[in-house]
Design a protein around this ligand. Structure first.
Ligand code: SAH
Length: 378
């Protein structure tokens, strides 16, 4: 029986010809292969897809961010034109909700030029449809480097977790890279590199790890953070980065695959399962700073959204809804901020060009935003 995915066949052929590939290369190919990559052909979100993201859970998420952006624009001194840049905009839902909420400051909406950074043709199409008819100029870019100069506001939700990362593991005081190779039956299997990883490449926090521990780090995420930081520093502006992950670096295996709303083995159905890993916000913050940006947070998604008025918005949506919808609105709010749901696992980091004051609500004490546990790793 041959029920292998196209990408699995391709990977097996590559490994047979050229030898094992790193977990990093595997992840990058599974997500971004131009022909068979996960994001290339289909819309992975929602009930019929593989997973649900915060903007797809409720409009309250994008609205809170839209209000944050409007405030940031005021703090920037109301530039006449501002590039609103979204990295990895998925279905376009977040952009639609942000733009609607941004209307609280009318001149802000008039200043916005939208720039979508999206590598997937299928998702570009979905975004175009979601944004159809809105009175803003929208451009699409394959890569962040193509976004034009000018004052900017940058938003990324669940973008960094989709960039590939490396895994290394310690064996008898040396570190080896995790690889994908072939077992005796010619099937994909995880293994280790033959050569140890150069000492200079091992993250400093991993040096106290025990034998057998796995450490993850991502040169791709770091390079992207540095580019984004440098852009904000050069052109002026601010940004919000939301993702699931941990506030402090630590050793652990967080590489995961999701297929049809279930966790599966990371080697299961390559190209058809979503592959991600926790974002290390401590490392990411260093990347933004290396580019010249100032960093605030991270706060938990729970702390951020409550401080941005999520409870009040929930109450007003409930007031205008029928009984059944009222229950749904509260369930959605709980999903976004519940401590055992997305509330603590997801973190929000703000970046600025360094000339702006500390943006709200990053200066608030924890208790003002509903029990914000910034370092919770669960
Ligand atoms: N922000 C959306 C989607 C998150 S999924 C939401 O919250 O619903 C990740 C998104 O990033 C997808 O749109 C995917 O196509 C895009 N993406 C992943 N890697 C990318 C890359 N290297 N360059 C550009 N876009 C990328």
């Amino acid at each position: 029986m041959n029920d292998k995915t196209h990408l699995e066949e391709k990977l097996i052929a590559t490994i047979k010809a050229d030898g094992p590939i790193s977990v990093e290369q595997f992840m990058e190919t599974c997500l971004g292969d131009p022909e068979h990559g996960y994001y290339m052909g289909k819309d992975p979100f929602g009930r019929g897809g593989d997973f649900i993201t915060a903007p797809e859970v409720s409009q309250m998420f994008g609205e809170a961010i839209g209000v944050w952006l409007a405030t940031a624009w005021l703090m920037m001194g109301k530039p006449e034109k501002v590039n609103l840049i979204e990295l990895g905009p998925g279905r376009g839902t977040l952009m639609v909700d942000m733009l609607r909420a941004a209307k609280v400051v009318e001149e802000f909406t008039e200043a916005i030029e939208v720039h979508m950074v999206e590598m997937s043709p299928a998702l570009r199409k979905a975004q175009g449809e979601a944004l159809k008819g809105l009175p803003v100029n929208i451009s699409w870019h394959q890569r962040f480097e193509q976004v034009p100069s000018g004052p900017c506001l940058i938003v990324a939700n669940e973008f960094f977790d989709a960039l590939a990362m490396k895994q290394i593991t310690q064996v008898a005081d040396s570190w080896f890279e995790r690889m994908v190779e072939l077992d005796e039956n010619g099937e994909l299997v995880l293994g280790l590199s033959e050569q140890p990883v150069a000492k200079a490449d091992i993250p400093r926090w991993a040096k106290d790890a025990k034998d057998g521990d796995i450490a993850e780090y991502s040169p791709q995420r770091m390079a992207m953070a540095e580019r984004v930081g440098a852009h904000i520093k050069k052109h002026g502006g601010a940004g919000l980065i939301v993702d699931y992950g941990h506030a402090m670096s630590f050793a652990g295996d967080t590489f995961q695959a999701v297929h049809k709303h279930k966790f599966v083995d990371v080697l299961h159905r390559p190209g058809q399962s979503d592959l991600t890993s926790h974002v290390d916000f401590e490392a990411l913050a260093e990347g933004f700073e290396a580019g010249g940006a100032s960093v605030f947070g991270p706060r938990t998604q729970r702390g951020f959204l409550i401080a941005m008025g999520l409870r009040e918005r929930e109450a007003s949506l409930r007031k205008n809804a029928r009984a059944r919808e009222r229950i749904m609105v509260s369930r959605q709010a709980e999903r976004l901020i519940g401590e055992k749901q997305m509330g603590n696992l997801f973190k929000v980091l703000a970046i600025t060009d360094g000339t702006l004051e500390e943006p709200h609500p990053f200066g608030l004490p924890d208790e003002m935003s509903g029990g914000d546990k910034g370092n919770d790793q669960s």
